[in-house]
Design a binder for this molecule. Structure first.
Ligand code: T3D
Length: 259
């Protein structure tokens, strides 16, 4: 357990908060490993049907703690990438539960790319995104060079990564980088409501949707159609599919159990 990550299970949603507000929730090793542990918990616990990630204080996350990065007694750079950020991104993308990234404030460096790895990314109107890496002589990591061109196209991703410009939440939404912007006053309530909604949906079908989406930019059409066929068969064997169809025919609201 680490004080740098706060979590609570609320109505089948695991709410995770980055909690180093005085350092804009920048990651130190302890925090990165604790976040990984929460993502493992979310994947393994059947009672968790959606995940919500946000930041305490004014920032979502300012990426790697730069004091730790240059501390001679701290982990060296390649371990920071291979042991902290790469596993975090893989755990997010492989988690069989939908993950809402609720970007409450600035998301910079690895913090930005962790946010963009989510399944539903929303931002407060006052939030912003910065590919801060070039400003300190690094390259974008945490999957940024994979994710951002897929979200907004090669040219815009290339410019943002090289210039390190700050992108407002409204610009991020217009670019297609995120799902939507919510007003600051209602941000936490409405973003939590999205996670609550997802937690009551057919969890298995959402997991299989995520699996298909994970392959959508690397498979050719024929391979993707085969994958959809295979995953649809699995979805069709779920109790939630039976319930969804039954509820539709009986003209009532379905009660999904995630099974
Ligand atoms: O080894 C490796 O590094 C490999 C891994 C790389 C992954 C990465 O994420 S590299 C990118 C690291 N992140 C950055 O370069 C962003 C650095 N931060 C900033 O550029 C700015 O803080 C922001 C644009 C995010 C926000 O600016 P502003 O003016 O609103 O706030 P501020 O005053 O700069 O920051 C507030 C506090 O947070 C301040 O603390 P203080 O001085 O009041 O005690 C600042 O030092 C601290 N803080 C913000 N970001 C970091 C940080 N402390 C350590 N590391 C940070 N990344």
């Amino acid at each position: 357990m680490s004080d740098f990550i706060q979590s609570e299970l609320q109505n089948q949603v695991l709410n995770i908060y980055f909690n180093r507000p005085d350092k804009y929730n920048a990651f130190v090793r302890e925090m990165a490993l604790a976040f990984q542990a929460e993502l493992d918990r979310a994947s393994e616990d059947d009672n968790i049907r959606a995940v919500y990630v946000s930041g305490r204080g004014r920032a979502f996350c300012a990426g790697q703690d730069l004091a730790e990065a240059v501390d001679p007694n701290g982990p060296e750079l390649s371990r920071i990438v291979s042991e902290h950020y790469n596993p975090i991104i893989l755990k997010i993308r492989r988690c069989p539960k939908p993950i809402v990234m609720a970007v409450n404030g600035v998301a910079a460096g690895a913090g930005a790319n962790i946010a963009l790895a989510g399944d539903v990314v929303v931002a407060a109107r006052s939030a912003s995104f910065i590919q801060a890496f070039s400003k300190i002589g690094l390259i974008p990591d945490s999957g940024g060079t994979y994710t951002l061109p897929r979200l907004i196209g090669f040219g815009k991703a290339s410019a943002l990564m090289m210039l390190g410009d700050r992108v407002s939440a409204d610009e991020a939404s217009a670019l297609g980088m995120i799902y939507k912007v919510l007003d600051d006053e209602v941000f936490e309530k409405e973003s939590l409501a999205i996670a609550q909604t997802l937690s009551q949906m057919p969890t298995k079908a959402l997991a299989l949707t995520k699996k298909a989406l994970n392959k959508s930019f690397s498979n050719d059409l024929v391979t993707q159609l085969h994958l959809e066929d295979e995953l649809q068969t699995q979805a069709g064997n779920s109790l939630d599919y039976q319930e969804g169809v039954k509820a539709f025919l009986e003209k009532r609201k379905p009660e999904f159990t995630g099974k």
